[in-house]
Design a protein around this ligand. Structure first.
Ligand SMILES: [Fe+2]
Ligand SMILES: [Fe+2]
Length: 186
């Protein structure tokens, strides 16, 4: 896959804001991959396309799910926005022949998952700390990510949980499992 071609595709198919977020995630993923000795090209690619399915409308989603026999869990049924991770992973495979590590990183980038490897953790974090993100604590989080991926993930999950509680949103059990796993091992 050629990164410039992918960029052109995303530029045409995503809003400007989402496109900029995708490029920001690509850069951040590359930087972290370099620090942690992961494949930088794969990280760039995964970062760039992680939200490729985020702007599909309901009809497009339903059609894709049906055609590709995608299994939807109870929480995804109630919060379809979560689905863009599953669809994105599938599109990465189908359209760009992405390897399994990349597919998994995309699959887990929204809820997190206790099965995440280091590469997936990098993509998860890059998505939340890329240069366009602005929220209290993001600067500090960018520094933490450079030295401790697990610590950065727990901080991100805690943000997510606080927000979900405040907004009475469902919490995906995979998010809790990941947090528990990291906290039990550190
Ligand atoms: Fe996403
Ligand atoms: Fe994202």
């Amino acid at each position: 896959m050629n990164i410039e071609e992918v960029k052109n595709y995303l530029k045409e198919n995503l809003s400007e804001k989402r496109y900029n977020h995708s490029v920001g995630t690509m850069k951040s993923a590359k930087e972290l991959a370099k620090i942690y000795g992961e494949n930088e090209k794969d990280a760039e690619f995964a970062g760039l396309i992680h939200d490729i399915a985020k702007e599909m409308n309901k009809e497009e989603i339903d059609k894709y799910v049906l055609e590709h026999n995608i299994v939807i869990d109870e929480i995804e049924k109630k919060q379809p926005a979560l689905l863009h991770a599953k669809l994105g992973a599938s599109i990465a495979k189908e359209k760009y022949n992405a390897n399994e590590e990349i597919q998994k990183a995309i699959l887990y980038h929204t809820t997190g998952n206790e099965k995440m490897d280091r590469f997936a953790k990098i993509i998860y974090i890059a998505d939340k700390i890329e240069e366009n993100r602005e929220y209290d604590g993001v600067e500090e989080l960018r520094e933490i990510a450079k030295t401790d991926l697990n610590k950065a993930i727990v901080i991100i999950i805690d943000f997510v949980l606080e927000k979900s509680i405040k907004n009475s949103r469902l919490i995906h059990p995979d998010t809790i499992s990941l947090r528990n796993k990291i906290l039990s091992n550190t």
